[in-house]
Design a protein around this ligand. Structure first.
Ligand SMILES: C[S@@+](CC[C@H](N)C(=O)[O-])C[C@H]1O[C@@H](n2cnc3c(N)ncnc32)[C@H](O)[C@@H]1O
Length: 221
């Protein structure tokens, strides 16, 4: 785990892993996949190459494998416990390539224009500098390729703290809630749109399925 990520999450690798696994069905429920099936799936070629950056426990890639058995899948994460967990999942088709990799500091190990879909869920807000990572995503995407960004958007402080109390069982106004407010509420939806435009992406579609997150489908301009 990078020092930045450790500092921001304030949780051990094991705690973060367990939280990602436990909340996966709620974060990637029927409404998420209905959006995916309408706005992403139909735009992919029959045998797509798909990357998940900051793939965590690999459950998003596993869900993709169930929808698209002919896809070639790659998952990258900086935390060994996440990659270990993903390795022991039951994969419906061919096993994905799961690799320890820091997407903030290193180029993606893919040729220019060789990838059809890059997913990134609740990761980009952690990076100190999002633009180099976005440039790298743009580089590897094929013409017409898609970047599926799913990340936190800014909420009012009382709403965010109440969500932590009600969903995570934290005490009212916990120090952790105040600390993470700055992390999870870094970007507004307009900030994400501006960042994507700065990085040379056009937004094809977007949706908001929860108060805390927005989903963008973007393609290199
Ligand atoms: C909040 S979790 C989200 C995991 C997964 N995308 C999901 O939605 O279930 C953030 C993940 O990003 C990973 N991560 C953070 N910084 C990273 C970096 N620089 N390179 C690769 N992965 C990173 C963490 O290890 C963690 O697994």
């Amino acid at each position: 785990m990078t020092p930045t990520h450790q500092m921001l999450s304030g949780a051990s690798d094991e705690e973060l892993l367990q939280r990602m696994v436990a909340t996966h069905p709620e974060r990637f429920g029927p409404s998420y996949w209905a959006f995916f099936d309408a706005s992403v799936g139909p735009l992919l070629p029959p045998r797509p190459v798909i990357l998940d950056l900051g793939c965590g426990p690999g459950l998003f890639l596993r869900d993709i494998a169930e929808r698209c058995a002919s896809a070639t899948l790659y998952g990258y994460d900086v935390t060994p416990a996440m990659i270990d967990y993903a390795h022991q999942l039951k994969w419906p088709g061919a096993n994905p390539t799961l690799t320890l990799h820091d997407v903030a500091g290193l180029p993606l190990p893919h040729a220019t224009g060789a990838v059809h879909l890059v997913g990134m869920s609740s990761v980009l807000h952690v990076l100190d500098e999002p633009l180099p990572a976005l440039a790298e995503i743009r580089r590897v995407l094929a013409p017409g390729g898609l970047f599926l960004l799913h990340d936190w958007i800014r909420q009012p402080l009382p709403v965010y703290l109440a969500w932590r109390r009600d969903h995570l069982g934290e005490p009212e106004c916990s120090p952790r809630g105040f600390r993470l407010f700055a992390v999870h509420n870094k970007y507004t939806s307009e900030d994400w749109q501006w960042l994507l435009a700065q990085a040379g992406f056009a937004i094809c579609d977007r949706t908001q399925l929860r108060a805390s997150h927005q989903v963008f489908v973007a393609s290199p301009r």
